[in-house]
Design a protein. Structure first.
Length: 64
C-alpha cells in the first residue's frame, strides 16, 4: 500500500534536508512551501500526489 504524502511531509523533509546539508532551514521550507502551493494549484490531485512523492524522495536522497 502506498503511503499518502501531504504538504507537511514535504515541509518536514525540506527541514531535515536543510539540516543535513547545512542550508538555511527557513529558506528551504519557504521554497518547498511555494513549490507545493504552485503544484497544488496546477495539477489534478492524483498527479499532485505523485509529484509530492517524487519531491520527497529527492529531499531524502540529496545530501545523504
Amino acid at each position: 500500500m502506498r503511503e499518502k504524502f501531504d504538504e507537511q511531509t514535504i515541509l518536514d523533509a525540506a527541514r531535515e534536508w536543510a539540516s543535513r546539508t547545512g542550508r538555511d532551514e527557513a529558506t528551504a521550507v519557504s521554497s518547498a512551501s511555494e513549490t507545493v502551493a504552485a503544484l497544488k494549484a496546477k495539477l489534478p490531485q492524483h498527479e499532485f500526489e505523485a509529484v509530492l512523492e517524487n519531491l520527497l524522495h529527492q529531499y531524502e536522497d540529496d545530501g545523504s
